[in-house]
Design a protein around this ligand. Structure first.
Ligand code: NOJ
Ligand code: CA
Length: 579
C-alpha cells in the first residue's frame, strides 16, 4: 500500500461562524481563527477543515455559496484567508476548505442571470430547469433534505422576476439550486475553482454532498413515504449511476496535479463499492465513516430515528473497519461535526437516564474520554470537531421558534404533520438539532464564553462557566488534556505504526457493552500489539486477557484493577494497553 502524508493526519474541523469572533460583531471570523492557531498547534492537530467562509447569504450557513472565489465580508477578506493559509503552513498545519459544488446559492451570479434572462442565459443549463407540468403537478415527488418538494418556481420571490412556468431543482433549500453536473461547462467551472484555491496554498478539500451530483434519469416518481405524499430523495439517488465519471475527471484535472488531500462527505453508498471511492485509485483520499450517524435513520425523519446503543455503535465501527480494510482504504473517523449533536449526548444515553436515574448518566468526563479513546485508535484519520476536545454538550432548546437551524425546522414540521405533539416533536429537535454543534466555542468563563464581546449570533450554551477551554488547559485530568494524550500517542514513533497502519482486530466482540479491539503493527522486528478496551456501560465488567499487559499507555481512570488474566473495568473505563 502506498503511504501518504495524510495517513498520519489528525484533523480539526472549524465552523467559522462559531469559532472565534475578532471584531465583536457576534460572528466568528478568519482573524479569530488566526488568533487561535497557537491553541490548535498546542493541541497537536496538523490538519484543519474549515467549513465554508465564501460569500453567501448564509441561508444554510455558508453551504449556499454565492461566489466561489472569495470570502464573505462577515468572515473577513481574501487577504485574511491568505494569511490564514500562511499562518497554518508556518505551524505545519495543512488547511482544507469545503468544496460545496453540488449546489450553489440562488444569489450566485449564474442563477441570477438565469432568473433575468431565462433560456437565453449562458447559465441556463447550469441548473436543472423544467416546465411546470401541464396538469399543474410537480415533475417528481422527491422530498428535499430540509423538507418540502425539491422543485420551486424559477422566480425571485423578492422582485417577482423570473418565469413562473418553470421549476428548478434543489435537493436542499430553495435557496440552494442544484448545479447540473451533466453539463461539461459546470464541471469545468468547478475544476477551475478547485485549482485556483489549491494554487493559493491549501492542501485539499472536504467535499460536500457529493452523492447528490448525479441524478437518475429519466426523472420519475418514487413511492410516497410520508403524509406529505413525497418520497425521500435517497430513493432516486439509489438508482443514479455513473458518478464515477465526473469524479475521475475532477481528480485528474484538479486533485492529482496538486497531490491534494480530499475527504468526501459520502452517504448512502454500498460498502462493497468503497474501493471505487477511496481505494488505491479511488476518487478521494478518504471519506467519513457515517455508519453511527445514519444508524436507525430509516426514512430520514428524526422522529423515527432510533437511539444508538453501545452494541449498535460497536457493530457500526467494526463493520466500517472491515469494509475499509478489505478495500485498502483509509476512512476518516469522527464523533461530531457541524451537522450532528454533541457526542456525549448522542452516544452516552442521555434521555434514558433522566429523572431518578439521572446520576447514572454516562455524560461524565470519563464517558467523554472513553468515546475519544475508542474512535481515535481506529484505522483512519481522526477528525475532532471544535469544542469536542473540551467535552461540549448539546445546548438548551426550549421552543421551535428559538431554533436557528433550517434542518430542525423542516424536521419539526414533518413530526407535527406525522401526528406528534409539540413536546414530542421538540424532544427529537433537542436530541438531533444542528444548533447543538453550532453554539459558539466556549473559550473561558467570561461573558459570551470569551467567543465575542458582542451578542453571539447563536446563544452560548448555558453550561459555559463549567465547560470551557481555559478551565481545562492547566488541568492534567481534563478532557482537553486527554485529547492531547491521545494525539501524542498517535504521534509517538513507538506506536504510530500500530495505530496508523496496524491491523484492526475486534477483541471479544460478543461480550456485551465491551467495545474492544487490537491494532497490530506489521513490522517483522519490534511488532507491537495495542489493545483498546472500553467498558461502554454504567456498571463494572470484567474483561479476560489473553496475553499479559506490558504497559498501560492511556487510562481514563487513575487505577486499573487487574485480577488473574483479567481486568475489572470501571463504568466507562477506557484503556489503551501495550500487550
Ligand atoms: C452537508 C453539510 O455538512 C450541511 O451542513 C449542509 O446543510 C448540506 N451538506 C448541504 O450543503
Ligand atoms: Ca466577527
Amino acid at each position: 500500500m502506498q503511504t501518504h502524508w495524510w495517513h498520519s493526519a489528525i484533523a480539526y474541523q472549524i465552523y467559522p461562524k462559531s469559532f472565534m469572533d475578532s471584531n465583536n460583531d457576534g460572528i466568528g471570523d478568519i482573524r479569530g481563527i488566526i488568533s487561535k492557531l497557537d491553541y490548535l498547534q498546542d493541541l497537536g492537530i496538523n490538519v484543519i477543515w474549515l467549513s465554508p467562509a465564501y460569500p453567501s447569504p448564509l441561508a444554510d450557513e455558508g453551504y449556499d455559496v454565492s461566489d466561489y472565489y472569495g470570502v464573505d465580508p462577515r468572515f473577513g477578506t481574501l487577504a485574511d484567508m491568505d494569511e490564514l493559509i500562511h499562518e497554518c503552513n508556518k505551524r505545519g498545519i495543512k488547511l482544507l476548505l469545503d468544496l460545496v459544488a453540488s449546489h450553489c446559492s440562488d444569489e450566485h451570479a449564474w442563477f441570477k442571470d438565469v432568473i433575468k434572462n431565462g433560456k437565453t442565459s449562458p447559465y441556463y443549463d447550469y441548473f436543472y430547469i423544467v416546465d411546470v407540468p401541464a396538469d399543474g403537478t410537480l415533475p417528481t415527488n422527491w422530498r428535499s433534505y430540509f423538507g418540502g418538494s425539491v422543485w420551486s418556481p424559477l422566480v425571485d420571490e423578492n422582485t417577482g422576476e423570473g418565469d413562473k412556468n418553470k421549476l428548478y431543482l434543489h435537493s436542499f433549500l430553495k435557496k440552494q439550486p442544484d448545479l447540473n453536473w451533466e453539463n461539461p461547462a459546470v464541471r469545468a467551472e468547478i475544476a477551475k475553482n478547485i485549482n485556483w484555491w489549491l494554487n493559493r496554498g491549501i492542501a485539499g478539500f472536504r467535499i460536500d454532498a457529493i452523492i447528490n451530483i448525479k441524478k437518475a434519469f429519466p426523472f420519475k416518481d418514487y413511492p410516497a413515504d410520508a403524509p406529505d405524499g413525497l418520497s425521500n430523495i435517497s430513493n432516486m439517488l439509489e438508482e443514479a449511476h455513473g458518478i464515477g465519471e465526473f469524479l475521475t475527471e475532477l481528480r485528474q484535472k484538479s486533485f492529482d496535479p496538486h497531490n491534494a488531500f480530499t475527504v468526501g462527505e459520502v452517504f448512502d453508498i454500498d460498502t462493497n463499492h468503497i474501493s471505487e471511492w477511496i481505494g488505491e485509485n479511488g476518487y478521494f483520499s478518504s471519506m467519513f465513516d457515517f455508519s453511527a450517524t445514519i444508524y436507525g435513520a430509516k426514512d430520514g425523519f428524526w422522529h423515527n430515528k432510533e437511539k444508538l446503543t453501545a452494541e449498535a455503535y460497536k457493530s457500526c465501527i467494526f463493520g466500517a473497519m472491515e469494509s475499509a480494510s478489505k478495500a485498502g482504504a483509509f476512512l476518516s473517523n469522527k464523533l461530531e461535526n457541524h451537522d450532528e449533536p454533541r457526542c456525549p449526548n448522542y452516544y452516552l444515553w442521555e434521555g434514558e437516564n433522566e429523572g431518578e436515574n439521572a446520576d447514572k448518566s454516562g455524560i461524565t468526563d470519563e464517558g467523554k474520554k472513553m468515546l475519544a479513546g475508542i474512535y481515535f485508535c481506529l484505522r483512519g484519520i481522526p477528525f475532532i470537531y471544535q469544542g469536542q476536545e473540551i467535552g461540549m454538550e448539546n445546548t438548551e432548546i426550549i421552543a421551535i421558534g428559538d431554533v436557528h437551524d433550517c434542518s430542525s425546522q423542516g424536521q419539526y414540521y414533518s413530526a407535527i404533520e406525522a401526528g406528534l405533539t409539540n413536546e414530542e416533536a421538540m424532544y427529537h429537535i433537542r436530541r438531533l438539532s444542528r444548533d447543538n454543534a453550532r453554539t459558539p466555542m466556549q473559550w473561558d468563563s467570561s461573558a459570551y464564553a470569551g467567543f465575542s464581546k458582542g451578542i453571539p449570533w447563536l446563544p452560548i450554551n448555558p453550561n459555559y462557566k463549567k465547560i470551557n477551554a481555559a478551565a481545562q488547559l492547566n488541568d492534567k485530568n481534563s478532557i482537553h488534556a486527554f485529547y492531547k494524550q491521545l494525539i501524542a500517542l498517535r504521534k509517538n514513533p513507538n506506536y504510530a505504526q500500530a495505530l496508523i497502519y496496524g491491523d484492526f482486530t475486534p477483541y471479544l466482540p460478543n461480550q456485551k457493552n465491551l467495545l474492544a479491539y487490537t491494532r497490530t503493527s506489521k513490522e517483522r522486528i519490534g511488532k507491537k500489539t495495542l489493545l483498546i478496551a472500553a467498558n461502554f456501560q454504567n456498571e463494572p465488567q470484567t474483561m479476560p486477557l489473553t496475553s499479559p499487559i506490558k504497559k498501560i499507555l492511556i487510562n481514563n481512570y487513575e487505577d486499573i484493577k487487574t485480577a488473574e488474566n483479567a481486568i475489572s473495568l470501571n463504568p466507562y473505563q477506557l484503556l489503551i494497553l501495550k500487550l
